[in-house]
Design a protein around this ligand. Sequence first.
Ligand code: COI
Length: 370
Amino acid sequence: MSQRLNLTRIPCPGLKTKPEPGAKLGFGSLFTDFMFALDYTEGKGWHDARIEPYAPLELDPSCMTLHYGQTIFEGMKAYRGEDDSVRLFRPRLNFERMNVSAKRMGIPTLDVDLALQALEALIRQEADWVPGEPGTSLYIRPFIFATEGHLGVRVAKTYRFLIILSPSGAYYESGLDPVSIYIEDEYVRAVRGGTGFAKTAANYAVSLLSQIVAKERGYEQVLWLDGVERRYIEEVGSMNVFFVIDGEPVTPVLNGSILPGITRRSVLELLEHQGRPAREMRLAVDELMELARAGRVTEVFGTGTAAVISPVGRLSYGEESISFTYNPADSLAYQLYDDLTGIQYGHKPDELGWVHCVTPGRKPQTEGSL
Ligand code: COI
């Protein structure tokens, strides 16, 4: 049986001014008034659940996370529906994945129901921060990190689980405009047996140098190849990747070094539901470039919670760069973006039961919107 959350609410001396409706929100730099916090102590388990003011943390300089990187995170969103309801998208999957990451990093796991209760309580308290403009949402960042101060290399004995909230717009400044991607053939992000499937800071830290090089060369994102043969397509740093080859949607099969994205899974399930199943397969970069050269790759797009669906307009590998035309009217990426966001915001029916309402609607749904 799942535990019931015993929550303390710590008041805030003063509340922040919320952004004006219609203000450009960007991604991940504005935070709400409160956060959820829960501590873990070896021998005692998780304790002291609280909603407290969002504020800087006090850390011991020997805090083990700062030295050995024992930390994991998730990315999710709360959407304001057309009827004013506040809605989450498949939130259990995020907390289940967080536990998979926790196990890999030697971090204690969390009861999924307890984590969900915590998130719901925080979202209810901060519901006025969920923006309502098209394409905006309240980005949710749950994370766990070691708090113990100690310099020996071992798993920590104390941790903190925090959930912070950030009203956000599009992840990429270019919005739904196609991004350009540089295929990295020197550095690798992950190897099988490593941590590629876990959402842990190290996977992102190792990607940053390539991101600098990609930017210098005029590309926005990096596409990773497998770490052994440096031949098979894996993922983009903040998204999984799909291709339309000879009319069929294709994505790299999960192999232990690719992040099992929840948007990736939802796209696969949605395509299956719509009678247009995608293929998960090993995809070699040289074969992909050959198919692209022959005009058989008609679309490339990324999928991720933050980025949603992001069309790719240019792919570069070695000396070669291939462009793809993005035409929303006949694009699978656009159709998937429209279907997914339609379900998330509530103007398309939730046939697969993915939406988890946190606060009920207060306004009638506009006629014909469902
Ligand atoms: C997400 O899509 O939520 C992510 O976690 C990717 C990135 C912002 C790190």
